[in-house]
Design a binder for this molecule. Structure first.
Ligand SMILES: Cc1cc2nc3c(=O)[nH]c(=O)nc-3n(C[C@H](O)[C@H](O)[C@H](O)COP(=O)(O)OP(=O)(O)OC[C@H]3O[C@@H](n4cnc5c(N)ncnc54)[C@H](O)[C@@H]3O)c2cc1C
Length: 424
């Protein structure tokens, strides 16, 4: 598709969640603003469509800076406050996408379809005269100085001029959706630095074969991550055992911390409490009570009253405890060793699955290099950065989209205000 006009007020590079939000909020606030979105993909919104298992977890009922890693929490707080969760719910209601809350606090569209979210955003953008150009991957951006202040945005097919440019290219996660890290290079060309990137929200690869016997099993756990020199972090949530290791929210949230520790070459140890509501005393009492009720039963049978049977077997085998021992004969030291292991099961992490499976990228353009009141670059005036390209990544639960919507709102408003000053 050729671009019929080569002069734009705003060129947005990347039409994912953050780019679409920026375009919509800019066009709403300044209807005469000429806004173009350039995207390298053949169709927009691939990542929105796969999000939340195809249902798109749009946001969370409670979003705080503590739900994010990366840059300064104060800066994150300012940006999130500009478009709160309530504002986001209202925004989607205006787009005819009512949201509902699920027990974990996640908000999904009532349709339970990510397609509804994407279609509504595209409809709103096009109805506000935002021009969307797909199949146009931006390779270079030149910042112009002097009388032709603005930017030249170069794609393989053509070059356009824009007064302002928004980098909304995402990071490196799920590159088949179009975000292949090329945006970082564009940011670098324009003078930005980068915090090293690592996959975030990524399944964990485990050594050994404990996990293989449990493949398909889901359970609530509390993972404790001990990074050398830091206080331990405790992440509670659902854990899914798989043929390669573990996935599910608890594992994926852990991947971020694990990868950053390894990036800094710091030793990191992760253990799983398989009974997150118990401590040693309560779990021992539960085992003793069961033993008193079933003195002739085998340890494996009684443990299977507390854990799925195949996990009970795998635990006893890993600890070299005889599964056939009767409860009345189960030595105290073995019982205590078993309880300690259940409360701090070692997770022999050898890596994470990588960007191809990661839901988000940790690292990126430092928040100190943007003005949080506008999302404008502090090193390249007229350039704005939004979404995952920045050094912010949220935990699982709708936080990453909220970051995209809020940043897009701030940038959109700022772009409209900037052009209003010029009488557009
Ligand atoms: C499987 C999966 C499930 C997820 N589920 C959820 C969820 O339910 N809730 C949640 O909050 N978060 C979820 N996330 C994270 C969330 O999708 C991202 O944080 C968010 O989409 C980032 O938005 P973005 O606009 O910054 O980047 P992206 O969505 O990655 O969009 C970037 C766009 O820029 C384009 N682009 C890149 N480089 C160029 C270039 N050089 N020129 C032109 N175009 C370019 C790409 O084609 C792409 O369209 C999920 C992620 C994945 C991978």
């Amino acid at each position: 598709m050729a671009i019929e006009d080569t002069q734009w007020d705003v060129a947005i590079v990347g039409g994912g969640a953050a780019g679409l939000a920026t375009a919509i909020f800019a066009a709403r606030a300044a209807p005469r603003l000429r806004v173009v979105i350039l995207d390298g993909a053949t169709k927009l919104g691939a990542k929105i469509l796969v999000s939340g298992g195809g249902r798109c977890n749009v946001t969370n009922v409670r979003v705080t800076p503590a739900d994010y890693w990366g840059g300064s929490r104060n800066i994150i707080k300012k940006i999130l406050a500009a478009l709160s969760v309530e504002d986001t719910i209202a925004f989607f209601r205006e787009l005819n996408v009512p949201l509902h809350e699920e027990p974990t606090g996640k908000l999904f569209p009532d349709s339970n379809s990510a397609r509804t979210v994407l279609d509504a955003l595209l409809r709103e953008a096009t109805s506000r005269n935002v021009r969307i150009i797909t199949d146009h991957r931006v390779t270079t951006i030149h910042a112009l100085n002097g009388p032709r202040f603005g930017f030249e945005v170069v794609t393989a097919a053509e070059t356009i001029s824009a007064g302002c440019v928004v980098l909304a290219t995402g990071g490196l996660s799920f590159p088949k959706t179009g975000s292949d890290g090329g945006g970082y290079e564009l940011a670098r060309q324009l003078g930005h630095t980068l915090c090293s990137t690592t996959p975030g929200l990524d399944p964990l690869l485990l050594d050994g074969n404990f996990h293989t016997a449990l493949s398909g099993l889901t359970q609530e756990v509390e993972l404790t991550i001990r990074v050398d020199g830091e206080s331990p972090q405790h992440l509670r949530g659902s854990l899914l055992w798989t043929h390669f290791g573990v996935s599910g929210p608890a594992a994926m949230n852990t991947s971020r911390v694990w990868n950053r520790a390894r990036l800094d070459k710091r030793p990191v140890i992760v253990t799983a409490n398989l009974f997150p509501d118990d401590d040693f005393a309560t779990l021992e009492k539960r085992l003793l009570d069961l033993g008193a009720e079933h003195p002739k039963s085998q340890v494996a049978t009684v443990l299977a009253m507390l854990l799925p049977a195949r996990q009970a077997d795998a635990v006893l085998a890993a600890l070299s405890l005889r599964p056939t021992t009767q409860m009345s004969q189960f030595p105290r030291d073995d019982r205590r060793r078993l309880i300690n292991a259940l409360l701090a099961w070692p997770m022999p992490i050898r890596g994470t699955r990588g960007y191809a499976y990661a839901e988000v990228t940790a690292g990126g353009v430092p928040l100190t290099e943007i003005n949080p009141a506008t999302m404008e670059s502090r090193v390249c005036p007229g350039l704005y950065l939004v979404g995952e390209i920045l050094d912010v990544d949220g935990r699982i639960g709708g936080f990453n989209f909220q970051w995209a919507w809020s940043g897009g709102y701030v940038a959109g408003k700022a772009l409209a205000a900037r052009h209003a000053q010029r009488g557009i």
